[in-house]
Design a protein around this ligand. Structure first.
Ligand code: NAP
Length: 287
């Protein structure tokens, strides 16, 4: 078994960002301009704040800017729409990270309909979802789903013709990662809580992507010898430890490659966000 850490893929993408950012600054198209991220957060969810801190640190360490727009949990729908519109229309902001789900009192669909698809770095808008569905590469896809593909590619895993079981069908991970893998010519089975014979499906797969949100659910009974296992999960176990959706200790005895948690997919996601921000700036999304 080899451990597939995210740091190597992240480092390669960061090197590309530094080079591309230099080209962007020297191009003369946008004199003095530095790509700027707007992070929109409602409330103080601990996991949102943890991701936000990591994202701000990563963006700044790569020479770009980030600004946080924080709103109280009880903000009215009308007020939030107005505030969000002003961030969206702000010409100094090239890309937006909107934490979702929003509180139930806010009309998330309406807010996503306002979000400029060219600033939608996490591929939440219908426009970007349609681009992914059509296999068009020009749109933004969710950063975590993109991170899964980049880790596999960086490790030199050939995806063409491979059988992949994706466990989870959420709009932010399971569905987009399934579409992206299909675009890479893999044969994808997208599984969910009503899937029958889940263990058999996973055991037949060359690659298992776990995005289920259940601590250590995928154990060695789901995995065949030599399988490649990508663990997207980030959970806190009853002892307060961070763990994935995969039971690392038992699965690592069978897998040929496995991502750890922490240190796997999660460690690439903020770098992908930075890369998407630069893409948006290069396309001139702010203007
Ligand atoms: P989610 O919205 O709760 O979706 C979970 C999916 O798993 C659903 O499709 C659900 O099926 C399926 N599922 C639940 N129990 C199942 C079972 N027993 N058997 C088979 N399928 C089952 O979660 P998510 O937002 O996709 O997140 C998934 C995991 O990724 C979480 O651990 C989350 O913390 C983590 N995450 C990681 C990152 C990162 O950067 N690494 C980013 C975001 C999230 P149904 O559709 O039938 O309900």
């Amino acid at each position: 078994m080899a451990e597939l850490r995210g740091s190597a893929a992240a480092k390669e993408i960061q090197e590309q960002i530094i080079k591309r950012l230099e080209e962007y600054k020297n191009s003369g198209d946008y004199p003095g301009r530095v790509p700027r991220l707007g992070i929109v957060r409602v409330g103080k969810r601990q996991d949102d704040i943890a991701y936000e801190n990591g994202a701000v640190k990563r963006i700044r360490s790569l020479g770009m800017e980030a600004e946080v727009f924080e709103y109280p949990e009880d903000i009215s729908n009308e007020r939030f729409l107005k505030e969000f519109k002003s961030v969206n229309d702000n010409k100094t902001i090239d890309g937006i990270l909107l934490f979702s789900p929003l509180p139930a009192s806010l009309d998330e669909r309406k807010i996503l309909d306002i979000l400029n698809p060219e600033k939608d770095l996490d591929g939440l808008t219908l426009f970007n979802q349609a681009r992914l569905y059509r296999g068009e590469e020009c749109g933004f896809v969710p950063c975590t789903a993109d991170a899964v593909i980049q880790i596999l590619k960086h490790a030199g895993v050939e995806l063409t013709g491979k059988n992949v079981a994706v466990v989870g069908r959420s709009p932010v991970i399971g569905k987009p990662v399934s579409m992206l893998l299909s675009c890479e010519d893999a044969t994808v089975t997208m599984c969910h809580s009503k899937t029958k014979d889940l263990k058999d499906i996973c055991r037949r797969a060359d690659i298992v992507v776990a995005a289920v949100g259940r601590p250590r659910m995928i154990d060695e009974g789901y995995i065949s010898e030599g399988c490649i296992v990508i663990d997207v999960g980030i959970n806190v176990d009853p002892d307060g430890n961070i763990c994935g959706d995969v039971d690392y200790d038992s699965v690592s005895t069978k897998a040929s490659l496995i991502t750890p948690v922490p240190g796997g997919v999660g460690s690439v996601t903020t770098t992908i966000l930075a890369s998407h921000l630069l893409d948006a700036a290069i396309k001139g999304a702010g203007r």
